[in-house]
Ligand binder design. Structure first.
Ligand SMILES: [Mg+2]
Length: 370
């Protein structure tokens, strides 16, 4: 089999705000082959930058676009394809958006591999260890503690057993930070777990103080309290925090996850397949298992990313909970025919070949801008 085309498709809602909500736009990766199999991936990054990286023309030997790097390659030689891209993007794309673009390609290549042999991706990865995961509802904080309370009530009523609140006004003041978590807990009630995603707002000493202040509201974890580069801060925080600490969504390369786990001492690591690819997600999950730490997906995109996350998590021996984005956007809910319903608080693995998703072309046509 040979790759005949790699496309990057940018989708965008008519109105995009400054809210920390990744469902307002997206970049899809579509890989076509000479045997009729088409693979789909999705990237959680800056969509137009990713498209430029995919489509970049040849500049010289180690500065080429990703589509050029994959022209004519065998998509089933998946690891070889990853190396071709890394060589082509050697000094402009090793990190950040370059790695994100390759992550989207990695998802699409796994989709092709599964379709070519008629099996779901999780089987090719050696799974499943589990066929369903406890879904936590992932939303943003309200603009105020009172709005956060209302959101908690609304989403706990949808049948989730855990609700995560993220970003928004966290970090503005000590009193407001505490009020946000108090109202989040009050909103979801005593029977539902509450998860707090701070959104990179503190230094480690402030984060440790907040962890103690939040303890009475019994958060399941405290997520991404520090800047992603502050591994030394994570090490000090994790060693002393009364709450489990989660982070990792900002990383794309295995060594960076490894550093966070080994040096940072994380309790939960959160790979996003739309930033690190399914292959690295599984590698990270298995490292976490070896280190007796926990793994959970990060996903704030469409059904493509949800499916990729489910397959990756099912290949980990200790997958347990699942980030289930409930942002109210058609780019979250209408891009795949499959809706991944949460039943009794659980989301189930897709069973079709490849990722097990069917793309809704009409949604692409409606929101495509590049
Ligand atoms: Mg987060």
């Amino acid at each position: 089999m040979k790759i005949t085309r790699v496309s990057a498709i940018v989708l965008r809602l008519p109105q995009v705000t400054a809210a920390c909500d990744g469902t307002q736009d997206t970049c899809l990766i579509k890989i076509e082959t000479d045997e009729g199999h088409t693979g789909w991936g999705e990237v959680d990054s800056c969509p137009t930058v990713v498209k430029a990286i995919v489509e970049a023309p040849l500049s010289h030997q180690i500065c080429n676009g990703i589509a050029n790097a994959l022209a004519g390659a065998d998509p089933l030689a998946l690891d070889s394809c990853m190396h071709r891209m890394q060589s082509a993007a050697n000094y402009y794309g090793r990190t950040a958006a370059g790695a994100h673009a390759m992550a989207g390609v990695n998802i699409a290549l796994w989709d092709i591999a599964g379709k070519a042999c008629g099996r779901p991706v999780y089987q090719l990865l050696g799974g499943p260890h589990k066929t369903r995961f406890r879904a936590y509802c992932s939303i943003l904080f309200g603009d105020t503690p009172a709005e956060t309370y209302e959101r908690g009530r609304r989403f706990a009523d949808l049948g989730f057993t855990a609700v995560k609140f993220g970003w928004g006004p966290m970090g503005q003041s000590e009193a407001n930070d505490i009020a946000l978590v108090r109202e989040a807990r009050r909103g979801v009630g005593d029977q539902v777990d509450v998860l707090i995603d701070a959104g990179q707002v503190w230094d480690w000493k402030t984060a440790l103080k907040r962890a103690h202040q939040f303890t009475e509201f019994r958060p399941f974890w405290l997520e991404e309290p520090l800047h992603p580069e502050d591994v030394a801060g994570y090490a000090r925080l994790c060693a002393a925090s009364p709450l489990p600490i989660a982070t990792g969504e900002a990383e794309a390369r295995f060594p960076d996850f490894e550093r966070l786990l080994v040096e940072g001492g994380l309790d939960w690591v959160q790979p996003d397949p739309g930033r690190c690819g399914i292959s690295t997600m599984v590698e990270v999950a298995r490292l976490a298992h070896r280190l007796h730490r926990k793994v959970v997906n990060h996903s704030f995109k469409s059904g493509i990313t949800i499916a990729a996350s489910l397959h990756g998590l099912a290949a980990a021996p200790h997958g347990e909970v699942f980030e289930y984005c409930m942002a109210d956007s058609p780019l979250r809910h209408d891009l795949t025919v499959e809706k991944f319903p949460v039943v009794d608080g659980y989301v189930h693995l897709p069973e079709g070949p490849g990722l097990g998703v069917t793309i809704r072309e009409e949604t692409i046509q409606k929101y495509r801008v590049a």
